[in-house]
Each structure stands twice: as structure tokens, then as C-alpha cells.
Design a protein around this ligand. Structure first.
Ligand SMILES: Cc1ncc(C[n+]2csc(CCOP(=O)(O)OP(=O)(O)O)c2C)c(N)n1
Ligand code: SF4
Ligand SMILES: [Mg+2]
Length: 284
């Protein structure tokens, strides 16, 4: 039975700018969880610092907002402690590709069973639009009136080079497709990475709804080889959206751990067997 989206709402009103892609992403997350029948108290979403991170107090799930670039390790630790909870990490392109770049690569390599949602608005938006690694080469920015001097990082190419078990690309202008992508990502057993092309009308005006509409094309089904997937994400004239690549043969981190193979309990329960009060004394 799907859970109504209203169950994931709380009384806090969003403060994103008019036309911000975060509204649609936020609704698609709630819709996906509801349609998968994953209750608010069975969900943990870790949030980063930034405009995307400002969704933390606007959703009725277990939410944790950490330091900039660190939402992925928070999600990993939580998942390792309790596999019964569905864990998602949301993060901006800045936090993901600058402050916390290492975490993305290691999460994919270890194939932890979490879902990572990268809000790619191609700028550090909360701090007023500085260029990030995804800002296109040559693009004029608030702090770079002569254009961005360095080459950009293509998130799809980076993720695929780490041999992921799931990579998809969605668009904040298509919340229905985004919901379907989120559902597939959450259901996937392993580390699912979703790059969300996110509109930011305040600091990335050129990448407007019209700009995306001219370029976006939906993929009917995932590519069969990682090389085809790479060619697809590197296309300049078109932006392909959908589930781009999956590999269900890669075992998850827990599936590889011999000493946890037959365990029926979670670390969060097992730790309760130990008296840590003496240890805590040291922090008083
Ligand atoms: C370690 C650290 N570096 C820099 C900052 C300043 N800072 C806060 S939000 C932000 C921009 C975030 O950009 P992004 O992660 O792309 O998220 P967006 O705001 O675009 O959603 C920056 C640079 C910080 N809080 N902590
Ligand atoms: S600055 Fe950009 S990303 Fe941030 S709330 Fe405004 S439109 Fe959204
Ligand atoms: Mg950003």
C-alpha cells in the first residue's frame, strides 16, 4: 500500500528561490518513498550544507545535517550500524566534488547499500554562485566574469570510472521521471548514484528550463556496457536522462564480510551489550 506523500510533510515551509529545482527534487523523494511504502520512521536522509541541504528540516523522516561534503560518510556509517533503515545521502555538486570528493569514490568502490542523490546545479549556490567542478569551461560566473578557466568534471564519467553498480541521471524539470529513478535507486541492492540536473534560476540562469528542454532526451533502458554508458554521459549536444547503467553482479560491502554472513542482529543492537559508561567518563 503506498503511503500518502502528506505523511512525509511537516510544518516547515521551504525557503528556496522561486523556480528552484530543489522543490521538485524534494517532492520526488517523498513520492518515491511513499510509493515504495517506506515509512518516515524507517528512512534516514543525511543532508549536506548548501541549498540542497536546506531540505533537512522540511521533511518528516529521520534527518541528519552534517558538515559540508560529509553527508555520504554519515549515510555509510548509519547504514553499517542498522541495515533495516533505508538510507539516502543528498549532497550538492560543490560538497560532493570539492569538500567530499573522496567519499563519493569510496562509497561506489565499496558498494554500500545506500542511495546518493547529487543535486547538480553547477555552482556553490548557497554562497552566491561561485564556480564548482561541474561549472562548464568558459562559463561566465559571478566571481569569474571572464569565464571559467579550467575544464569541468563530468559527474557521469567520474562515477562510471569507479565501476558503479547503479548510475542514473534525472532532471528537476521532470519530477515524475525523477520519482521513478529514485524508486529504482532505492530498490537497487548496492550503492546507487543519481546525478540530478538541477535548475538554479538565481545563479545559473543560462541553464534554464528552456535550455534543458532543448537538450534532454530520455533513455528507454540502461546501456548494456560501461563503455556505451560512458559515451552517453559524455555527449555534448544532448543530456540523456534515465537509468544509465546497472551491474547487479557486484556484491555489496556487507555481502563480502565473512564475519557478518550469518548475523541476524544489527550493530546498533549489539553495541547495547557493552557497558560504555566508563568510556564516557573520559569525555566529561
Ligand atoms: C568545509 C566548508 N567549506 C565551505 C563552506 C562554505 N559553504 C557553505 S554552503 C557552500 C556552497 C554549497 O554548494 P553545493 O554543495 O553545490 O550546494 P548548493 O548550495 O549548490 O545546493 C559553501 C562553499 C562550508 N560551510 N564548509
Ligand atoms: S540559489 Fe539556486 S539552488 Fe539556491 S535556492 Fe536559489 S535557485 Fe535554488
Ligand atoms: Mg551546487
Amino acid at each position: 500500500m503506498p503511503i500518502p506523500i502528506t505523511q512525509y510533510n511537516n510544518e516547515v515551509k521551504p525557503t528556496w528561490c522561486k523556480g528552484c529545482g530543489n522543490y521538485a527534487i524534494h517532492i520526488a523523494i517523498k513520492k518515491a518513498l511513499g510509493e515504495l511504502d517506506i515509512a518516515p520512521n524507517q528512512t534516514l536522509i543525511t543532508f549536506d550544507i548548501g541549498c540542497s541541504g536546506n531540505g533537512a528540516d522540511k521533511i518528516n523522516v529521520n534527518a541528519f545535517k552534517g558538515l559540508h561534503g560529509r553527508s555520504i560518510p554519515l549515510a555509510i556509517g548509519s547504514h553499517l550500524a542498522n541495515r533495516k533503515i533505508t538510507v539516502l545521502a543528498t549532497i550538492g555538486d560543490g560538497g560532493c566534488l570539492h569538500e567530499g570528493l573522496d567519499h563519493l569514490i569510496h562509497a561506489i568502490r565499496s558498494n554500500y547499500d545506500i542511495t546518493i542523490l547529487i543535486h547538480n546545479n553547477q555552482n556553490f549556490a548557497l554562497t552566491t554562485g561561485q564556480a564548482t567542478a561541474t561549472t562548464l569551461e568558459g562559463k561566465e560566473m559571478y566571481g569569474l566574469p571572464d569565464g571559467r578557466p579550467e575544464r569541468e568534471i563530468n559527474i557521469g564519467e567520474l562515477v562510471l570510472s569507479s565501476k558503479p553498480s547503479f548510475f542514473a541521471r534525472g532532471y528537476s524539470g521532470d519530477p515524475l521521471q525523477l520519482t521513478d529513478i529514485f524508486k529504482a535507486a532505492i530498490k537497487h541492492k548496492g550503492c546507487s548514484v543519481v546525478e540530478i540536473m538541477q535548475t538554479c534560476p538565481t545563479y545559473n540562469r543560462e541553464s534554464s528550463l528552456e535550455w534543458f528542454t532543448e537538450r534532454i532526451e530520455k533513455l528507454e533502458k540502461p546501456l548494456l556496457t560501461i563503455n556505451d554508458a560512458r559515451d552517453t554521459v559524455l555527449m555534448h549536444e544532448k543530456i540523456k536522462t534515465g537509468i544509465i547503467y546497472t551491474d547487479n553482479s557486484i556484491p555489496t560491502f556487507y555481502d563480502r564480510l565473512e564475519n557478518r554472513k550469518n548475523s541476524t542482529t544489527e550493530l546498533i543492537d549489539e553495541v547495547k551489550q557493552y557497558d560504555i559508561s566508563k568510556l564516557l567518563e573520559d569525555f566529561k
